[in-house]
Design a binder for this molecule. Structure first.
Ligand SMILES: Nc1ncnc2c1ncn2[C@@H]1O[C@H](COP(=O)(O)OP(=O)(O)O)[C@@H](O)[C@H]1O
Ligand SMILES: [Mg+2]
Length: 368
């Protein structure tokens, strides 16, 4: 029997719906799979858990859970999302990687925190030039600009600043937060997109300038070509980063989708905020993903997802889309962020055997 667990915090609607959906599907298809809320009592180093798959919705707020999940991963639990990568990643790196793979992002700089981090003194910062080249920074970013933490979420400490005075006034209030200053994208359209298993994408028209309860635009449809264009960007981002469960926010300016916020590994999935249709999609896609991952679980091996950035780095190769990702199936591999002439050799040296096997398995699961 394969076991799937969900680890969650204050949310009330998604976890139960997810469990019910997995169990329902497993029963219908006669699969040896069951899902439940993760149960933790004592956590002993290196001790395997009964879970083959865990969906993690909360370890960003509970460091004990993050350590618990890394321990579980060491014994082969497929933790969604990869707790090692999630710990390492943040928004400024996200943007930096996008510049390498050709995904448009707003111009962005990172700044040292306004206040010294605890237990540091001015001597800890002797590598920094004082004052910073503010003029250079402001002329690169322009005003108005967004000023927001390099790691965070839920619109916490996100500011729009209109000029230099307002910037410094705000900066002086940010204490020890590490902040990014970012070009404002004055957008015509805005989308939030769920992306699951680096293969399933759901595009949600979104108006961030509306009051909270009116942000998901329930009656707006997305033309098929636009949907495809947005989906391709979302997949590219998540394959590079290696998130199994994420949302990407895209702002369209002059038809170009700029990635604004794409480090949301425990995105809002509450029926009361995303609405019925979006909720139905995420419950179904998450259940399918968890079942797939349980069926693909390999005993005694690492079952985490490592995105193309990590995979290519570990293999001392240039960044190659689909280097690791079985969901790309037999699509020819194309190098990202490198010249066309380099493409040929990369397309020829992949292990498609593993991909074909994974594809067959996936077909089976889909049929289930
Ligand atoms: N560069 C930007 N250009 C335009 N709008 C932005 C920009 N950055 C953030 N915003 C707006 O602020 C909101 C919150 O910022 P975001 O980066 O998504 O932070 P969080 O991770 O806290 O959600 C976004 O949904 C968007 O409406
Ligand atoms: Mg956001």
């Amino acid at each position: 029997m394969k076991k799937i667990g969900i680890l969650f915090g204050q949310e009330n609607t998604f976890p139960q719906a997810f469990i019910d959906r997995v169990n329902h599907k497993a029963k219908e298809a006669n699969l040896e799979i069951t899902a439940e809320f993760v149960q933790i009592d004592k956590v002993i180093q290196g001790e395997p858990l009964k879970y083959h798959v865990i969906i993690d919705r909360i370890s960003q707020d509970v460091p004990f859970y993050r350590a618990f999940l890394k321990n579980a991963a060491s014994s082969g639990t497929a933790v969604i999302n990869n707790p090692f990568w999630w710990s390492a990643d943040e928004k400024f790196f996200n943007n930096a990687l996008m510049t390498k793979i050709g995904v448009p992002v707003p111009k962005t700089v990172i700044l040292p925190s306004n206040q010294l981090p605890t237990d540091t003194t001015h001597n800890s910062f002797r590598n920094l030039t004082f004052p910073l080249d503010w003029e250079g920074i402001f002329s690169y970013i322009g005003f108005p600009a967004y000023f927001k933490p390099h790691a965070g979420g839920g619109w916490k400490s996100v500011y729009k600043v209109t000029d230099i005075d307002e910037f410094f006034k705000t900066y002086n209030e940010t204490e020890q937060l590490v902040m990014m200053l970012q070009e404002e994208i004055q957008f015509d359209e805005y989308y939030r997109c769920y992306c699951l298993d680096r293969q399933d994408v759901w595009v949600m028209p979104y108006e961030p300038r509306n009051p909270h309860h009116l942000r998901y635009l329930k009656d707006t449809t997305v033309a098929p070509e636009k949907n495809k264009m947005l989906t391709d960007v979302v997949l590219k981002i998540n394959r590079a980063l290696g998130y199994d469960f994420n949302t990407v926010e895209l702002a369209l300016r002059d038809g170009i989708p700029y990635a604004i916020d794409f480090c949301n590994p425990a995105p809002d999935a509450d029926v009361h905020s995303v609405g019925e249709a979006n909720f139905e999609w995420i419950v179904e896609a998450a259940a399918n993903m968890a079942i797939r991952r349980a069926m693909e679980h390999r005993e005694g091996l690492n079952n985490l997802t490592w995105g193309d950035f990590i995979y290519s780095s570990a293999n001392n190769e240039p960044l190659v889309e689909g280097a690791y990702d079985s969901s790309l199936k037999k699509k020819p591999k194309s190098k990202l962020g490198v010249k066309k002439s380099a493409k040929k050799s990369a397309a020829n040296d992949g292990d498609t055997d593993g991909e074909v096997k994974a594809e067959k398995k996936q077909k089976k699961i889909k049929a289930a």
